[in-house]
Design a protein around this ligand. Structure first.
Ligand code: ZN
Ligand code: ZN
Length: 405
């Protein structure tokens, strides 16, 4: 009997759910013959990705699933987003997520500037003209989004954000710690806001937008501030050579910051229309050169946030069909799970445990033969914590760290 050598770790983002009035969930209602076959050959369980009753963010969830102590390494989403859009962040950098927005007389009238989709020349102007009291990097991302990174000594993430998160008065950043670096960082952020409004106010793109009755993108709102953490590379911690295949900047960024190789996928949108077949082809290739592949498929989370049961169910059926083309050999352990529950009823993440399955060499297959939240709760793995899944997997590969003589 051989021992598995590789891991394919599939995260169906937000796939888990709570029962509807008809006492079902999208995973339970969906026809998923591939997942069910894996369940039959494997072992199931449920998992508190962070802790029982704690709704995880996608960022903290993925870090926890990869075995990182989130309470120690996580200060905010910005650093992962910044890495995910291609900024070479360094530990200690202060990073923010940003939105191009429309501000009028100090009021945020549209947080997405009329869903502007091309901010390249606005971002160029910011990069060329902005003059801050520290080194900075600014980069546009998908649609109305952007990231800002502040670099240098004497900076702190202990400040408030400028994004009010809804239509309303614009916010100024304030320090939330009583130290000079927090005060200085808040001052730099407010200076950023002031300069950006001057740079963008009369920018030709905005003049043209106003003429066409479109909302001008005359401000950048900042949120998700965090300090780029020191993360021990995933390969150093586990001995596994890892790749990440994902569409969302956040998950890509987590992969990059943990030292994984990012493999881009054509047509992967992070939405319900994403090209999953192309991702599967990428995974099949990646498994030839890596011993760990993290595959994130986002659509189910989006359908959960939209409160759309049918969309979530059909998406999961589409994923099951696409994943049935995975080329999984005897040397590969397959994990299927979710990073959190995104109930249709809440349209937000919840703290319910997620189902998971492990299939491959060395796994003590249990009696389950269907993959959903209910059956997983009866599986042989019982209930574990998110940070424990990687040790379970590496132990199955024969790389468990012995405790004692
Ligand atoms: Zn997620
Ligand atoms: Zn979500």
């Amino acid at each position: 009997m051989c021992v598995a050598k590789k891991i394919l770790f599939v995260v169906l983002d937000g796939a888990a759910d709570r029962p509807t009035v008809a006492a079902t969930t999208p995973l339970k209602a969906a026809t998923t013959p591939f997942f069910d076959r894996l369940a039959q050959d494997g072992i199931l369980g449920i998992m508190d990705v962070i802790a029982p009753g704690t709704p995880p963010g996608s960022d903290t969830a993925h870090l926890s699933l990869l075995g990182y102590p989130v309470d120690k390494v996580y200060t905010g989403r910005g650093p992962f987003e910044a890495a995910g859009v291609g900024i070479k962040v360094r530990p200690g950098d202060i990073a923010f997520r940003g939105n191009f927005a429309t501000v009028k007389d100090g009021i945020v009238v549209d947080r997405r500037a009329g869903r502007i989709d091309d901010t390249k020349s606005l971002s160029d102007a910011i990069r060329e003209q902005l003059d801050l009291d520290c080194e900075f990097l600014f980069k546009e991302s998908a649609g109305h989004r952007a990231v800002l990174v502040l670099r240098g000594e004497g900076l702190s993430p202990k400040i408030t954000q400028t994004d009010p998160k809804h239509v309303g008065p614009f916010l100024y950043s304030k320090p939330i710690a009583k130290d000079a670096s927090a005060r200085r960082t808040a001052k730099i952020v407010n200076d950023f806001t002031r300069q950006v409004s001057l740079i963008l106010g009369n920018h030709p793109v905005n003049v043209e937008r106003s003429r066409s009755n479109l909302l001008p993108a005359n401000a950048v709102l900042l949120r998700g501030v965090g300090s780029v953490p020191h993360l021990v590379p995933f390969e150093k911690r586990t001995g596994l050579k890892a790749a990440v295949i994902a569409a969302t900047a956040l998950v890509i960024g987590i992969g990059i910051l943990t030292g994984m190789t990012y493999i881009p996928t054509k047509g992967a949108t992070g939405h319900i229309d994403s090209n999953i077949d192309e991702k599967v082809k990428n995974v099949n290739e990646a498994l030839k050169r890596h011993t760990f592949v993290l595959l994130n498929i986002k659509g189910a989370d989006e359908a959960g946030h939209d409160g759309d049961f049918n969309a979530k169910t059909h998406f999961l059926e589409r994923v099951d069909k696409a994943l049935s083309n995975l080329e999984i050999d005897d040397e590969t352990l397959v994990v299927i799970t979710a990073d959190h529950t995104t109930p249709i009823s809440l349209k937000e993440h919840s703290g319910d445990p997620v189902p998971f399955l492990i299939r491959g060499q060395g796994v003590r297959a249990d009696q389950t033969s269907v993959f959903n939240e209910y059956i997983a709760a009866t599986g042989g793995m019982d209930r574990i914590c998110g940070r424990d899944i990687m040790p379970v997997l590496t132990d199955l590969l024969g790389k468990g760290v012995k405790f004692g003589a």
